[in-house]
Design a protein. Structure first.
Length: 145
């Protein structure tokens, strides 16, 4: 299936930079299979099946989340994936609590959230502290903020 066909079926496609390495993380097996099929057209794209809490920490330059979870939870899932010097970018709605996300960012080695309409950018300053990420499901049941 081509990227054009995927876009016609309602999948929101974004043009990929063909020189940057992109890793797509998805926990659902069927969605992962679909992403792998589409990613064949992009030699720089890797699809990984798993949960954010199970991945190696401090590994990626940027993590992007859109419609993943409430912003505080998305921050807790994404920021540990990012290496110091990188950033997590969260697409958020107008009611997002930037102060609460900043508290989470601070606990995970990040700077206060930089707020732009529709986005929160969390710069990673320090390595992920011991004890993070927490076990799968804990962040959603007991958010840090």
């Amino acid at each position: 299936m081509s990227a054009r066909a995927v876009a016609r079926r309602g999948f929101r496609s974004r043009p990929f930079c063909r020189t940057a390495r992109v890793t797509l993380l998805e926990a659902n097996g069927r969605k992962c299979a679909f992403l792998r099929e589409v990613a064949r057209e992009f030699p720089n794209v890797t699809v990984v099946q798993g949960r954010a809490e199970e991945q190696e920490t401090d590994r990626f330059g940027v993590a992007v989340a859109k419609a993943l979870a409430p912003p505080q939870v998305a921050a807790e899932w994404c920021l540990p994936l990012v290496a110091p010097g990188g950033a997590a970018v969260l697409y958020v709605g107008p009611s997002a609590d930037g102060a609460a996300v900043s508290q989470v960012s601070d606990r995970l080695g990040g700077a206060p959230a930089e707020e732009t309409p529709g986005l929160l950018v969390l710069r990673k300053l320090h390595p992920t502290p011991a004890g993070f990420p927490r076990r799968p499901g804990v962040a959603k049941r007991r958010p840090l903020a």
